[in-house]
Design a protein around this ligand. Structure first.
Ligand code: RB5
Length: 150
């Protein structure tokens, strides 16, 4: 699977590590920046991945900033994006099973590289459970529809 990946300076090192890891488990990272440790603004990079996921150009994406918080806030403003900040394994599993999160967000200054790899693996491999959770996602979509009419 092609997986979009982007970061700010707080997530640069982890992004590079995860690109190698994604390739090692048979996926193709699509790197949308940033490309150095120089200070940048996380909204400029969150939007790169979020828009592609929203349009269906990419099925899934990974965003990394220092805490993961800024990236999450930006990505969730884009229609159809369900970005989950998952800095632990339990969240990684349930953001897929219950929320069908199409973007995983990580805090590059919070999670270690090995934990981040496990989080990514679980997030990729866990399917959406559907059922009652589908009804809840439909309520989120209805809210997005309403907001677009303001
Ligand atoms: C950048 O210093 C930092 O604010 C950013 O990476 C992120 O943690 C924001 O949520």
């Amino acid at each position: 699977m092609q997986i979009g990946i982007a970061c700010d300076h707080g997530g640069f090192e982890l992004k590079e590590e995860l690109k190698t890891y994604l390739r090692s488990i048979g996926h193709e990272p699509v790197d949308l920046g940033t490309f150095s440790k120089d200070s940048v603004d996380y909204p400029d990079y969150a939007i790169q991945v979020a828009e592609k996921v929203s349009k269906g150009d990419l099925e899934k994406g990974i965003l990394i900033c220092g805490t993961g918080i800024g990236m999450s806030i930006v990505a969730n403003k884009i229609r159809g994006v369900r970005a989950a900040l998952a800095n632990d394994l339990y969240s990684a599993r349930f953001c897929r099973e219950h929320v069908d999160a199409n973007i995983l967000v990580l805090g590059g200054r919070i999670v270690g590289k090995e934990l981040a790899k496990e989080i990514v693996k679980i997030w990729i491999e866990t399917p959406f459970a559907g059922g009652r959770h589908q009804r809840r996602l439909e309520k989120i979509e209805a809210l997005e529809e309403k907001n677009f009419k303001f």
